[in-house]
Design a binder for this molecule. Structure first.
Ligand SMILES: Nc1ncnc2c1ncn2[C@@H]1O[C@H](COP(=O)(O)OP(=O)(O)OP(=O)(O)O)[C@@H](O)[C@H]1O
Length: 663
């Protein structure tokens, strides 16, 4: 049985008295404890030294380098003498480096590495097992846990990502089920070693540090938050998540309809250049659409998602063909275009309104807000016109990024037989750092439906608008309608010649030769810079995702422990969670979360928790000493054995007949 196996594997180095063994905290029968002042101090056993040795500690402190195993046996009367040791007899292959675990009959000492002393930012608690230790493969009848077929403990320091081949790292509950397959168990001899041939889903316990091509942090750079995704990314994502449902209160309280078809909880979205909502009239005409065109976010009752609704006030449908282009826009999915979902007319606002429903991008701004909006505060300080948030001219690197993304979007639009007709700074959303998307697509197709005009005409207009947009971004004095000579001169002085060539091409007279493809040819290698940036960013995000995946392993493990620890009763046994294998899990829980320092104060050490749980998840052979709360019994068990206990107990719960699957 699993439990028996683990008990036989555990080395009980100090046992409670027979009276104490009846106590709730000592359910494992033990021999009578022999009290003696000559007992070896537990601090020496655990930490290798006792800081109270010279200040009154009554226990025995063997001289440094002494064989503690030999010293402890006659003094304590420990059952070590009767319980076969788990440690491999043949240690000839192990290099000698001071007091090893085999000498102590105690856990391998895992130092709390001071932050910054490891070359791997996520490898916080390197094991002291030397790299060249070879675990002697034992037969199934041996009393020591076999390591045959198992991956040895990681040799510790630094980034060891390349030392062992990574296997499937998923640690799903389904994996646990597989590893506890009874058919596999029956093939074994019933001992705890039955799982020796079972695939370990994990073969490493260290947080994998970012690979050198992503980051090469200095060795002393080891912030705690390197366990998790970077703070700025976390803050951004959290803020976006909050923004999604923030303020989607009932429409009746803000003068908006309660429902608009399948949409409800409408909320007006203000742009940055309208900082005081109470002063704003929703009916101010749009700079672009002439009609008032407020934007709302609303929740769909069909899928529960939040969408962005653009309302064009005072629109009267005269020709249903006006909606002809909407279907094509709806089908278009492009990373640089805000997706259009549907369009319809409504009288819910007590007028005739056109509603276009777009994907919602929380906390987005516009190019106008970021770079062009007059900024009086900056103007006063810098004696310059002061535009955008920073009031600084746009950097060429950012400019080329925008140009590439807009050209990419235009290519997709024109290839679909459509035209953007909307290339205005206030209609280009900035949805992330230097990440832009064309917004408001399809509005003009409905609003100014004119079947007599060929789409090629609008596409040529797009290119001219694109050129003007670049001029506006580069020249803070540029006014619509102004002759381009002065702005071009400014561009020539402040930006590379390619910018001017591109602008001149875009604002030149329409011709059959003028197309977005030609513009892309002029941009040439600049596009590759954008590709580089995107791929580097994807690599970084993937690495951050890797860190979160490691934390995902931990939450699965904690969930399992939570199912088991302190369970009030199971199958009519009120002591189920305190007995058998579960007792070891209870002690382990205390070891991980309830440690106290020598001064009795709680130790709240996240790296200790993460280290223990990761080692448990990986099922290391490293041993730890678990002490009961009444201090009367100690168990030395390996992480592998504890992992086995969890799987056994969890499967007991799972097989108890609850049809609900844990995912
Ligand atoms: N799809 C969207 N997702 C999220 N927010 C959006 C979306 N579309 C627009 N917004 C937000 O709504 C704000 C207002 O957009 P809008 O296009 O009305 O800009 P505007 O500067 O008010 O222009 P106009 O003068 O045409 O009304 C923008 O600043 C943007 O932050």
């Amino acid at each position: 049985m699993a439990g028996q196996g683990v008990k036989s594997a555990a080395i009980q180095i100090r046992a409670p008295t027979s009276n104490e063994s009846k106590g709730r905290d000592s359910p494992i029968p033990t021999e009578k404890k022999r009290e003696t002042p000559q007992r070896i101090c537990r601090n020496v056993m655990i930490y290798g030294y006792c800081k109270f040795q010279d200040s009154g500690c009554v226990y025995y402190h063997p001289p440094p380098g002494a064989d503690l195993n030999a010293a402890s046996t006659p003094l304590t009367g420990s059952p070590i003498a009767t319980i076969p040791t788990l440690l491999p007899k043949d240690t000839s292959t192990k290099p000698s480096f001071g007091l090893g675990a085999e000498h102590l009959s105690a856990p391998v000492f895992v130092p709390k590495t001071p932050i910054g002393e490891t070359s791997s930012p996520r490898a916080t608690t390197p094991s002291l097992i030397p790299a060249n230790v070879t675990h002697s493969p034992l037969t199934p009848t041996a009393t020591a846990p076999s390591t045959a077929g198992m991956t040895p403990s990681w040799p510790a320091l630094g980034n060891q990502g390349g030392l062992l081949s990574r296997q499937d790292n998923s640690m799903s509950f389904d994996d646990s089920l597989i590893s506890m397959d009874p058919s596999q168990s029956s093939a074994m001899d019933g001992s705890m070693f039955m799982h020796q041939a079972i695939r370990q889903p994990l073969d490493q316990h260290l947080y994998v540090s970012p690979l050198p091509h992503l980051s090469n942090p200095p060795v002393n750079h080891h912030p705690l938050h390197s366990f998790f995704i970077p703070d700025d990314l976390r803050r951004t994502l959290q803020a976006r998540n909050e923004a999604i449902y923030q303020g989607t209160q009932s429409g009746s309280s803000n003068g908006l309809p309660n429902e608009l078809g399948i949409y409800h909880s409408l909320k007006l979205i203000q742009s940055l250049n309208q900082p005081h909502p109470q002063n704003q009239s929703q009916n101010a005409p749009s700079k672009v659409y002439v009609h008032p065109a407020p934007v709302y976010k609303a929740v769909s009752s069909v899928d529960g998602n939040v969408y962005c609704l653009r309302r064009i006030e005072g629109y009267k449908l005269v020709n249903e063909s006006a909606f002809g282009a909407i279907d094509t826009w709806r089908r278009m999915r492009h990373p640089n275009i805000v997706g259009l979902r549907e369009a319809f007319t409504t009288k819910a606002f007590n007028d005739n309104s056109l509603i276009l429903v777009y994907d919602y991008h929380p906390l987005s701004t516009t190019i106008w807000d970021e770079h062009l909006i007059p900024n009086p505060a900056v103007a006063q300080n810098n004696n310059s016109p002061g535009r955008g948030r920073t009031g600084l001219p746009i950097q060429e690197r950012v400019l080329w990024s925008y140009i590439t993304q807009i050209a990419n979007a235009l290519k997709a639009v024109h290839s679909s037989g459509l035209a953007a007709r909307n290339l205005d700074p206030s209609k280009i959303l900035v949805t992330g750092k230097n990440r832009i998307r064309l917004n408001g697509c399809g509005v003009w197709d409905v609003l100014a439906y004119d079947p007599s005009t060929h789409v090629g005409h609008y596409q040529q207009e797009d290119l001219v608008s694109f050129g003007k947009l670049i001029i506006s971004l580069c020249c803070d004095f540029f006014q619509p309608g102004q002759h381009p000579a002065l702005p071009l001169e400014h561009i020539q002085r402040n930006y590379s010649p390619d910018v001017k060539s591109l602008v001149m091409f875009l604002i030149s007279k329409p011709s059959p030769m003028k197309s977005v493809d030609e513009a892309i040819k002029i941009m040439g290698p600049r596009i590759l810079n954008e590709l580089d940036a995107m791929q580097n960013y994807a690599d970084t995000l993937e690495s951050d995702l890797g860190a979160e995946m490691e934390n995902g392993r931990i939450i699965r493990l904690l969930t399992k422990l939570g199912f088991i620890n302190e369970r009030a009763e199971f199958e009519l046994d009120p002591r189920w969670s305190d007995t058998g294998d579960r007792y070891i899990l209870k002690l382990f829980r205390d070891y991980v979360f309830h440690s106290v320092g020598v001064d009795g104060k709680p130790i709240l050490d996240l790296s200790h928790v993460l280290t223990c749980l990761n080692k448990l998840d990986a099922g290391l052979d490293e041993r730890i000493m678990l002490v009961s709360r009444d201090d009367q019994s100690c168990l030395v068990v390996s992480y592998r054995e504890i992992k086995h206990c969890i799987e056994a107990a969890f499967n007991e719960l799972r097989n108890a007949g609850n049809p609900m699957r844990v995912r």
